[in-house]
Design a protein around this ligand. Structure first.
Ligand code: GLN
Length: 261
């Protein structure tokens, strides 16, 4: 990129963007522009080279097959690994998160190498897929992280990373933590797009490349957060009612018969 505009590379939105995660690039661009910092989004299609000179790289979620293709294509040349080593900001969501780790499993149990930006490994959650609203408390403080998760992967963090947050509602990594971070790389299971729901996280990413930033009013973002946090409370209430339904007090012989579904 020849001029002074900040470049946000949106990596393979056709493979890694089935959940609207491309909106993360838009959020970053607008949060820069609102502060009079010109920004452009460079959308990179599979088969095209990922630009080595972008300031921020954004990877979204995707299905297992698309994820495996993307991981193989991004391994060589290792543009993302070099960018992260040079302190450029990287946001990786769900499939993107698993790709920037050391390895991940596909739905059939096949193991694939990741790009090694983060010291994490992904296998599979023991039970059902994690699907639903995710709410987590950031480890470094700041407002709660809100998002929507839909994944079968479980991610185990190595000593080279820190969790991004502690799960309050939902599954996240699968061990009570959510996401991971090291250096200028932030990874999360939260869709949403996550940066629209969490402007503080967007600014944290931008600070890696532009330093201090003046605050924005974020009224609409606050309204969206209020709505999503209320949705979590509604989900919890339904869950609690299901759990606390009292068992039937009288059991007729017919009801107690074995083999009843
Ligand atoms: N395919 C991965 C999984 O199920 C990621 C899914 C996603 O990006 N939402 O774990």
């Amino acid at each position: 990129v020849a001029d002074s505009r900040l470049a946000i590379a949106l990596v393979y939105p056709t493979l890694l963007g089935t959940y609207g995660d491309g909106g993360n690039a838009l959020v970053l661009a607008w949060r820069l522009r609102w502060r009079d910092l010109p920004a452009e989004i460079v959308s990179v299609a599979p088969g095209e080279p990922v630009p080595a000179s972008a300031d921020v790289y954004v990877l979204g979620g995707g299905e297992d097959a698309a994820q495996t293709l993307a991981a193989a294509a991004l391994a060589d040349p290792p543009v993302l690994a070099r960018a992260a080593a040079a302190g450029r900001a990287v946001l990786a969501v769900c499939a993107g998160y698993q790709i920037v780790g050391r390895s991940f499993l596909d739905g059939a149990g096949g193991q694939h190498p990741g790009l090694g930006l983060l010291d994490v490994r992904t296998d599979r959650l023991p039970g059902r897929r994690a699907v639903g609203e995710l709410l987590a408390e950031p480890v470094d403080g700041g407002p709660p992280l809100t998002g929507y998760e839909n994944h079968g992967g479980r991610t185990v963090l190595g000593p080279g990373v820190r969790p991004l947050a502690r799960v309050r509602v939902g599954v996240g990594n699968g061990d009570g933590t959510e996401g991971a971070t090291a250096g200028s790389v932030i990874a999360t299971y939260a869709h949403g797009p996550v940066l629209a729901r969490n402007p503080a996280l967007a600014d944290r990413l931008l600070r890696f490349v532009v330093g201090d930033l003046p605050a924005l009013s974020d009224e609409e973002e606050r309204e969206l957060r209020r709505e999503r946090l209320a949705a979590v409370r509604r989900d919890r209430w339904r869950w609690w009612r299901r759990q606390s339904r009292p068992p039937a007090r009288t059991v007729s012989p017919r009801d107690a018969a074995p083999g009843r579904p």
